[in-house]
Write a protein that binds this ligand. Structure first.
Ligand SMILES: Nc1ncnc2c1ncn2[C@@H]1O[C@H](COP(=O)(O)OP(=O)(O)OP(=O)(O)O)[C@@H](O)[C@H]1O
Ligand SMILES: [Mg+2]
Length: 274
């Protein structure tokens, strides 16, 4: 997509809608948050509340800032040079950019799953228990229990229980992605951040991940970036549509897909551009 300067002047793309607050309230509160890579602004006053225990999808054309916003939530962007920010992101009420934030702990509470499965070159069991081991947990029983529980939660246990000591790299792509989710939840996070977790997977493996997201809903707050409209519609409760660094519209998924308020959202969800 080519971004024209006239688009940025377009009033419509500056409109922001908020969902009604759920009964459980919000766990993440993005408050007029902007981000610059050097001089180039990638996020413009993004504002949204993420409801606890629900699945929130972030959709929008390539380059609109979805990954940038997702990586801001657990401060993964800190690892990139030359970034500056404005505004706040509150996690459980506290601004994550406060000086006293424990960034390692923040990342533990917000597990991340990437586009391409990234198991470590070690056994299946060691992959799952990795977050515990780096925390210094050595008890064999605790590690074995966490391994089993996490693999059961990601519906992988039956497929791998007899080969826990084999290399994780021998698993199929879909199994590797479920293993990465098992590793993320072994650390007992509050939030799971998923950046296009199915884009490298075939349709069957994709369905398994979507089933898993539905299973995990409620236990974790899940934020998923996806290019797949059907996927967003199938798995999420709320959807944010982003365009050129802005959140154009945010609300209940069925409304965003059936009765969006913004013409831009409508054009995107009906496939007029992308
Ligand atoms: N490390 C970086 N340094 C400089 N600019 C960057 C960096 N990462 C992303 N950008 C720019 O920020 C903007 C948003 O990128 P981002 O990766 O967040 O988009 P996206 O919506 O996730 O796109 P896609 O759907 O293709 O993954 C783009 O213009 C991109 O070129
Ligand atoms: Mg991206």
């Amino acid at each position: 997509m080519i971004i024209k300067p006239s688009d940025i002047e377009n009033k419509e793309i500056q409109t922001i809608y908020h969902p009604q607050k759920g009964e459980q309230g919000s766990v993440i509160d993005i408050d007029t948050f902007s981000l610059f890579y050097g001089k180039s602004q990638a996020l413009f006053d993004t504002t949204m509340d993420v409801e606890k225990g629900l699945v929130t999808a972030i959709i929008g054309p390539s380059g609109c800032g979805k990954s940038t916003l997702l990586k801001s939530l657990n401060r993964m962007n800190d690892l990139i040079d030359n970034i500056s920010i404005n505004g706040k992101i509150r996690f459980e009420g506290k601004n994550i950019f406060d000086r006293d934030t424990d960034v390692i702990n923040l990342r533990k509470q917000m597990g991340m799953v990437f586009q391409k499965p990234n198991p470590f070159p070690m056994s299946i069991a060691d992959n799952v228990t990795y977050p515990l081991k780096i925390d210094g947990i050595r008890g064999k029983n605790v590690l074995a229990e966490t391994c089993e529980r996490s693999l059961k939660r990601t519906a992988l246990w039956d497929e791998v229980k007899d080969r826990l000591n084999e290399s994780a790299l021998r698993l199929s792509g879909g199994q590797q992605q479920r293993l990465c989710i098992a590793r993320a939840i072994a650390a007992d996070p509050e939030v799971l951040l998923m950046d296009e977790p199915c884009s490298a997977l075939d349709p069957m493996a994709t369905i398994k991940i979507e089933d898993l997201i539905n299973e995990l809903k409620g236990k974790y707050t899940i934020i998923i970036v996806t290019h797949n409209m059907q996927q967003a519609a199938r798995v999420s409760n709320n959807t944010a549509f982003m365009y050129i660094g802005r959140i154009i519209e945010y609300g209940k998924t069925d409304i965003i897909f059936t009765k969006p308020k913004s013409m831009k959202t409508q054009d995107y969800v009906t496939g007029r551009f992308g």
